[in-house]
Design a binder for this molecule. Structure first.
Ligand SMILES: NC(=O)c1ccc[n+]([C@@H]2O[C@H](COP(=O)([O-])OP(=O)(O)OC[C@H]3O[C@@H](n4cnc5c(N)ncnc54)[C@H](OP(=O)(O)O)[C@@H]3O)[C@@H](O)[C@H]2O)c1
Length: 341
């Protein structure tokens, strides 16, 4: 018999809203609860806040424990923070309730080196409770790690991999535009970088670690360069209606490398650029034979991330227990027509 997957969403910021509205559109998914600690969201009706054409009675709650003890769920989706340390208490509660976790936390797709102790703790907790925990998204989680890994399959040998994301940040959600410093003066940009208010893109090192582990590539060091700003030469207006004047920051570049004997074995180049320009995601693999792949127009980061999450639900349920990565799961694909049996 066809049964829907039952889901609880934690975190209803701009990304949580995009994910939730996709979950509500899917026939094979039943949203059981939504949790967020933001006082402006608590007790509001979900259908008043997200793109939804169904009449549903879900109310946003602040107490995850109450929702977990009341609702039966297969998977909890966590969209609250980029930091594994910050989301750990939420993961712990969910896993101890015997429920699988999918999170878009940027550090979770490959936390084993950066957060070694915490990763071990999550892995043991997940195994003890017979559930799977996985971090996903478009980047990290797919475009700059899983996709290049899969593209190496028909190559006899691999010498180096270069991945470039060239995206128009002016089309992205407001927290993303702020995170990359759009509209700041150069001095303010540097101050925010130094004070870690602006991080640049989070997750490049984790993506490199996933690739080198999957391919068994040898390297001497992984280097993540400090985010670099570029200033605009003409005024433009962002999607949140603010004008960025000539001379202010319009572009951020985050770059990470894995080097062996001074040669770049892996290069990940992330460029978020507000303004009119070509958008694409490209992967060049030098090897036997060498191959080039280019996604013209690029993958939409926010829509893509919501789809990655929804599509992963059936995969996570059948995966082995533990803290897994995207390379450990069955081949990801669209799962809107897959049901719980
Ligand atoms: N992997 C990827 O490809 C990918 C793609 C897009 C986004 N992301 C990441 O996903 C996260 C969510 O994105 P966003 O733009 O929606 O972020 P956001 O604007 O920071 O929204 C997060 C929401 O979660 C709430 N929250 C924080 N801690 C919570 C907790 N312990 N329990 C319940 N709710 C909690 C926040 O409330 P308060 O405002 O009161 O704190 C806020 O409403 C960010 O860290 C973002 O960087 C990853």
């Amino acid at each position: 018999m066809h049964k829907p997957f039952e889901i609880i969403q934690v975190g209803l910021g701009p990304m949580g809203k995009i994910i939730t509205s996709l979950l509500l559109k899917r026939q094979n998914i039943l949203l059981r609860g939504v949790v967020d600690i933001n006082p402006q969201l608590i007790d509001k009706k979900l259908s008043d806040l997200v793109d939804c054409d169904k009449d549903i009675d879900l109310i946003i709650e602040s107490d995850l424990n109450a929702v977990l003890s009341r609702e039966k769920a297969d998977v909890v989706i966590i969209a609250t923070s980029s930091s594994v340390e910050k989301i750990f208490p939420t993961i712990e509660k969910v896993v101890k309730s015997g429920i699988h976790v999918i999170s878009i936390c940027e550090e979770l797709p490959y936390p084993f080196q950066y957060q070694a102790e915490l990763s071990k703790k999550i892995d043991i907790l997940a195994k003890d409770n017979n559930v799977t925990v996985v971090g996903t998204g478009i980047n990290p989680g797919y475009l700059m790690d899983l996709l290049p890994i899969v593209l190496t399959a028909p190559l006899q040998s691999v010498n180096s991999i270069k991945v470039t994301r060239m995206m128009n940040s002016a089309k992205r959600r407001v927290p993303f535009q702020k995170k990359i410093g759009t509209g700041l003066s150069v001095s303010e940009f540097h101050r925010k970088i130094n004070e870690k208010e602006i991080t640049g893109h989070v997750g490049l090192t984790q993506s490199i670690q996933m690739i080198v582990t999957a391919l068994g590539l040898k390297y001497d060091e992984i280097i993540e360069l400090p985010p670099k700003e570029i200033i605009t030469t003409k005024d433009f207006t962002t999607s949140y209606g603010e004008t960025v004047q000539e001379g202010y920051v319009c572009r951020l570049q985050s770059k990470a490398l894995a080097k062996k004997q001074e040669k770049e074995v892996i290069t990940l180049d992330f460029v978020a650029y507000a303004g009119e320009h070509e958008e694409y995601d490209s992967i060049s693999i030098e090897g036997i034979p060498s191959i080039e792949q280019k996604i013209r127009g690029g993958v939409h980061g926010d829509l893509g991330t919501s789809a990655m999450v929804a599509n992963l639900i059936p995969k996570v349920i059948t995966a082995r227990p533990g803290l897994l990565t995207m390379k450990d799961l069955p081949v990801p694909c669209n799962t809107e027509n897959i049901w719980k049996t």
